[in-house]
Design a protein around this ligand. Sequence first.
Ligand SMILES: Cc1ncc(C[n+]2csc(CCOP(=O)(O)OP(=O)(O)O)c2C)c(N)n1
Length: 664
Amino acid sequence: MISRDKHDRMANAIRFLSMDAVEQAKSGHPGLPMGAADIATVLYTRFMTHDPKKPDWADRDRFVLSAGHGSMLLYSLLYLLGYEDITIDEIKNFRQLGSRTAGHPEYGYAAGIETTTGPLGQGLANSVGMALAERLLNARYGDELVNHYTYVLAGDGCLMEGISQEAIALAGHLKLNKLIVMWDDNQISIDGPVSLSDSTDQCARFAASGWNTIRADGHDPEAIASAIEAARESDLPTLIAFRTTIGYGSPNKAGTNKVHGSPLGAEEIAAARKELGWDAEPFVVPSDILDDWRLAGLRSAKERKEWEKRLAAVSAEVRAEFERRMRGDLPESFATAIDDYKKKLAEENPKLATRAASENALEVINDALTETIGGSADLTGSNNTRTSQLGAVKPGEFSGRYIHYGIREHAMAAAMNGMALHGGVIPYGGTFLTFSDYARPAMRLASLMGIRSIFVMTHDSIGLGEDGPTHQPVEHLAALRAIPNHLVFRPADPVETAECWQVALETKDAPSTLALTRQKLEPVRNEYKADNLCARGAYELVAASDEAKVTIFASGSEVEIAVEARNQLESRGVPTRVVSVPCFELFEAQSDEYKDMLLGANTVRIAIEAGISMGWERFIGDDGVFIGMKGFGASAPAPELYKHFGITAEAAVQAAEGRLAKAG
Ligand SMILES: Cc1ncc(C[n+]2csc(CCOP(=O)(O)OP(=O)(O)O)c2C)c(N)n1
C-alpha cells in the first residue's frame, strides 16, 4: 500500500519532469500531465498489468493517451517505470529532432506507446478497436491467454470530436466491458473554459450510448482507485469522469488555459516547486521516488511469467497459431491458396464487378486466414465484404468475425487501426470510396503508423451510375494516393483483385485501400501467371505487335477501355501497348530501369482513369493525353456517363491518332 505522501511525491515526479521538459523545449503541454498525474500514478501503481522488460507481451493491458498533446505524461511514466527506450536524456530532448519523445506520442518511436495520438478523438476510437480485438481473441483463446483491459485517458477535446460519438456508440452497443475511459474533466481547453463552446452532460451522453458512468475526484488517490475498481467489475464499458485541475501545482496558472500548451516559465516553475515541496533540480527524480516507480514497473513481472507458463502449456498447434497471429505473419498455406485461386480464375474468366471479385477473393482469404476480421459501415451488401465464414459479432458475443460498424466510417477506420495495433487480427472494412473522406483522418494515421488496416472502398467512380455526383468519387484516388505509405489499389479484374488483396495482406507495414467497381468488367488477365504482377504497381498487360508507337496506361475499370482502344489502333496499323497501373506507390518502389522500360517515353502516352488527372503526369509526362474527369459526375446509367464524359476507347484512338499525325 502506498502512503498518501508517497503517492503525492510519485505524482509530483510526473509533474516536474513534464514542467522541466516543456520548459527546456520551449514548447509543449504541461497542463494535462500535471492535472492527470494522480490518475496516472494510481493506474500504474495499482492496476496496469504490463512489463517494461517485455513491452510487447501479448496479454498486457493497453494504455492509450488519447489526449496526445499531453505526451509528457506518457514519456514521464515510461521513464519512471523503467522502459528502456525512454531515458532521462530522451526526456531532456523532448520534441527535438530524432528523439523518441516527439511532439505527440508516435507509435513505433518507443516501446510502451501503443498508438499515435494527437488528432483528438483518434486514440479513443483506436481503443475501441483494441478492446474489440481483445474480446475477439478472448473468444478464440480463452481467459488463459487473452484477458486484459484497455485504459484510455481522454480530454475534453477527445470527447467534443464527432468521432467520439461514433466510437462510444459502437463500444456501448458491443458491450466492450474491458474498456475503461478516464476523462480528464478539467473544464479547460485552449480558448478558455469548456463552457465557451460546450454544455454537454458527458456522463448522460455515454450512459445513453450504453456505458457505465462514474464520477470521481481525480486528485484523491483512494477515490481514483475505487472508481477504477468499479469500472473493472462492470459488464459495460465505463467512463470515469475524473474532476481535475489543469496544471495542478502551478500556484498562479492552475485551472486556467494558460497552462494548457505553453511553458510555465522559470518563475512559475520555481513557485510550483515551493507549492508542492519539491527541491530536486530539473530532470532529477529523488532516488527513493525513482525506486518506487521502478518497483511499480515490476509489479506484473510475475503475472507475465505465469502467462508464459500458460502459453507453454497449451497444445503446440494452438501456441504456434497464437504466436504467428500476434507476430502478424501469414501462414505458408496462404500464398498457395491464392495461387490455386488464380489458376481457377484463369480457367473460368468470370465477368464480374471488382467488388464481386473481391468477395470471391475474400472467400478464399477468409478460409486461409482465420485472423481476418471483416466489416462494413452499413454497406455490407454493396461492399461485398461478408463471406460465408464470417458470423456477425454481437453485443457481448465475440465468436464471429464480422463487424457491423453501423454508419460510422470514421470510427470504423480508427477501430480497425486499434485492432491492427493490438495484433492477432487483420481488420478490413468497407464503405463507398467517396466516403473515404469520412474516414480519412484515421486512414492517414494508419499510414503514419505503418500498420495493416485494409480499407475496401467500392463504387469507385462515375461507373456507379445513378446515385449521381454526391456518390461518385472523382478526386478521391488522387487524394488517397497523396498520403505517404498508403497503398491505393485499383484492380481491373478478378485476377488483379486477388493479386492486390495478396499484396495488401502481405504488407505488414502499410495500410491499403482497394478501390473497387460497382459495375461489371471484362476480364483482362486471362492467362495464369504465377508471378503477382500487381506487386510491381504497374506492368505491361498487352504488348504492341511491333515497336510500340502508343502506350495506354489505365487502372481498374478503364483497363478494358484501354485494351479496346489498343485493339482498334492495332487494327489500323498502330502498334500499341497497354500498361495496367493497379498501384502508383508500388510502381514508384521499382528500379529505375523497370520504370523507364515501362513508361515508354518515346511513345505517344495516354492515360485513362475515371477520376481527375492529378498524379498521372508521372506516367504520361507533360505532353501526354489524359482521358478522365475534370469536374463532378452526373446521375445516369453508367454506360451513358462514360460516353457523356468522353471516357471511351474511341476518344483514346482519336487522341492517339491526332498526336501521331502532329508528330508527322
Ligand atoms: C482534431 C484536432 N483538432 C484540434 C487539435 C488542437 N488541439 C490540441 S489540444 C486542444 C484542446 C484540447 O482540450 P482538452 O482536451 O481539454 O485538453 P487540456 O486543455 O485539458 O489539456 C486542441 C484544440 C488537435 N490536436 N486535434
